[in-house]
Each structure stands twice: as C-alpha cells, then as structure tokens.
Design a protein around this ligand. Sequence first.
Ligand code: NAD
Length: 492
Amino acid sequence: RELSNASLTSLPSEVDAPRYDRTALRGGIVHFGVGHFHRSHQAMYLDELMRRGQSMDWAVHGVGVRPADEGTRNRLAAQDHLYTLTVKEPDGSRRNRVIGSLLSAGYSPQDPTGVVERIADAATRVVSLTITEGGYGIDQVTGEFTGDSAPIRADLDADVPNTTPFGLVLQAMRLRRDRGLGGLTVMSCDNIQENGTVSRAAFLGFAGMKDPELARWMEQEVSFPNSMVDRVTPATVDADRAYLERTFGYRDRWPVTAEPFHQWVLEDAFVAGRPPLEDVGVDIVGDVEPYELMKLRLANGTHQALCYFGFLLGHRYVHEAITDPDVQALLLRYVDEEAVPTLKPIAGVAFRAYGRTVVARFANPEIQDPLTRICADTSDRIPKFLLPVVTAQLADGGPVGVCAAVVAAWARYAEGTDEQGRPIDVVDPRRDSLMAAARRNGDAPTAFIEDRSLFGTLAESPRFVEAYVEALRLIRTGGVRAALRQIVAAPS
Ligand code: NAD
C-alpha cells in the first residue's frame, strides 16, 4: 500500500491521519525549501489548524530551487504531497501522524514562470523560507546583503532572475504591483538571529541592485517578521521508511522524523493577514529578541558546552555526552550561573526550567545527533552562542569560569588529536589558523584566544585569561576527565 489521498482512510488507527477534506484546501503560503525542518514544523502547525477546521485557505505550495529538490518533488508528488511525521520519544516509543497541509512541491528550474505566477496570485499572502543560514547572501559581520554566492550572482546578472528566491520573488512583486495587488509577508523560518531583519536586507538588497523603484515599493508593501524556531529534525534515513512499512504496512517515500519538543515564536508583522497560529501553540509576540537570546545561549550554548568535552571523553553522540554526569554538572553550572543571568526577562518564562528542558531534549537517545555536527564550524558558533555570555558577565563582574573552560576544551580539540593520540577531524572554515594556534597551546597558552576576529579583546581580560589558561593547563596536564571534575568543583 502507498501513502496517498485514497489510502488515508485505510491506514491503521495508530497512524494519526488527517480527516479534513483536502480537496477544500486553498494555497495561502508559498514556501521555499521543503526540506526536513519545514515538514516537521511549519507544515505541522498548519495541519494542526486544519484538523480543527481552521485555515483551510492557508495551505502550502512548496518550491525548491536546487537540484536536490527535484527528488523531493517527485517523491511527494507520488503520494499526493502527504507524508508521515514520526515523533521519536526518549523512551523509544514513536508517534506517527500524516501531515496534509502541503498542496504541491514544485521544482522551480522546470517551471519558473509558474512559481512567479503562484507568488503573484492574490491568494498568496505569505512567502516563507527555510533555505539554510547560508542562503541569504549576507555578510556575517556587517549583516549587509553582498549577494556573494554563485546562484545569487547569476540572478543578479540575469535579465530574468529565475535562480533564487530573491529573483523569483522580485519578478512576482513586479506583477503584483502592476496588477494593483498589494504586497505580502516574507517569513523566514531559518535558524538565524533576527531572521526577519536578515531577510529584509537580502530581499530589498537584491531588489535594490536590480530595480530600485520596485525595491522602494517593496519597502512599503512587504513585511519581514522575525521568528525563533526550534525542533531537532534529523535527515530521514532508510530505516525511517522501513519502520513505517514494517510496522504499519504502508510505503512513504519521504517521511520526516523529529523530537517531541517544538517551539515557534513569531513577530506579529504580517501585512496581508496570517493564520491564527496562536491557536496551536505559536507565541505571537511584539519582540522576538529575548526568546532568541534564550535559545542561543541556553540551547545552542549548551550544545557547544558539551561537544568538545564530550568528544574528548570519547562520546560520539549528543545524548551520550549529556548523560555523562561530569559533563552534565558542567552544563548546569553554565546554564544557571553564567548564561541565565545574562538574559532579558520574558513574562511567564522560567529560564532555569527551560535549561532543564534543553538537557532532557538533548538526552533523547532516539535522536542520534553526532557530536561532530556540533563541533563543526565552531568558529561560526562560539562567537554567536557563548562569547556574548562572557562579554555580558565580564561587564557585570559575574562568573566566566565555565565559559572559559569550554573555550579551553575547544582549543584542546583543535589540537587535532585525542588523548589516545587518535586524529580528530577539525571541520571549520578556519581550520588551518585554528589548528596552527592550538599547536602552540603548550608554550603560548593564550595563543588560541588572541585572534581578535573571533574573540574580540577577550585575551586582554585578566579574569577570562586566568580562568582560560588554568582550564587549558588542567585539561592538557591532568587529562580531560580530571580537569572537568576540578572545573565543576571550583567555586564560581
Ligand atoms: P534540508 O537539507 O532538509 O532542506 C534544506 C532546503 O533548503 C532544501 O529544500 C534546499 O534545497 C534548500 N536550500 C539550501 N540552500 C539553499 C540556498 N542557498 N538557496 C535556496 N534554497 C536552499 O534542511 P532542513 O533540516 O530542512 O533545515 C533547513 C533550515 O531550517 C536550517 O538551515 C535551519 O535554518 C532551519 N532549522 C532546521 C532545524 C533542524 O533541526 N533540521 C531546526 C531549526 C531550524
């Protein structure tokens, strides 16, 4: 049996299938990047509304612009754009539910005009995006649109820019303006701080280079809400498909799996209306920033705090590292003593409890999240997730010992061998300079933190340097386990 509209009613009762009339759905959203995350998050929230008989006119037309999206299009088209969301509980049980909110999944190189017309359609009121952090052509430091990627440059040079979301949306906006239709909302759901501000810079920056007059129209007519999104969604593997077929006797070519936790905090800035997402648990707020800081410092920061120590101790997955009592003790000190005091209060949110939720989430053994994923590209991560905590604590005279120890563990990791002498594959855009600095850890113990483009002036902060040098000495001389215990036991 194949998953399809026709087979929905005959699925086993353990699979929670949509009962609403899918023929009554109408598209209201065009989404770029129908990858894993969109399907476990935004599409799931919309399906939830539809199950309540709401938002039948907010279904999603997906668009992919990259070669890999052709396969997605084919797999989803073969099953009426239905797919199973398998939620993996920490106890090994699974909840399976079929999501019905997706109407199509187009592949834009095959029909760019169709995509442009879809966005220009009066029924489309939101264009949403999960095109990855690197998809926006933004300079990481200045936040300015540089267009510095091959597809964006190709679109900037083309008479008819068909290659990227920026080009396709620009064409659609011209049609909307010329047809007397208003603008719409561009809603990024990518994991980027101030993702709305970044989207605005990208879409208006692109438009400004191609058609300044249209860019001015878009500035008035298009809104770019910020959002904070969260749900660990690993890439689907063959075993996920095999599990559905074996357990429930149906074939799903493109299921998605996720952890139980999900969160979406969304700025209320929609120029052409929005679905009532607050009815299904989305926090609609005036200012997303305090939530972003919470997530960056408590969730992403915790990932960094565990990954180098965890890897050096011989763990290979997040859940293994976080259930190591010494690692967990360090994390809880990081959360409670160093990270939480730097956050902006949010009414109704208890940060320490959120920190405990993060620990419980990361301990889920069903989400096989490799530590190498979290250790990769550290030079992009530590400056965003951990160093702002250090800066805030230094300004306040607060503790920095745990953060300093985490940076020291990174410096030790970047030496490129573990305690047994086995090589560590340091994956980082700055790999060469990081490893060169780490090779000097023994005789020049501050060498690693002297790179101002990463660490600012931290190497000039006596308190940070003292804690860092001591942690590095402990790790390098007494071994990682003993060092970790001493660091955790030290007074703050
Ligand atoms: P995925 O690889 O399954 O899908 C990525 C999609 O983005 C694909 O459709 C791809 O074609 C498209 N894409 C990639 N680069 C692009 C570019 N330069 N221009 C246009 N489209 C591009 O990945 P995913 O798991 O869906 O994650 C996508 C994004 O979602 C992440 O980068 C992150 O910002 C956000 N996110 C993911 C998770 C997660 O756990 N997977 C959690 C929170 C947020």
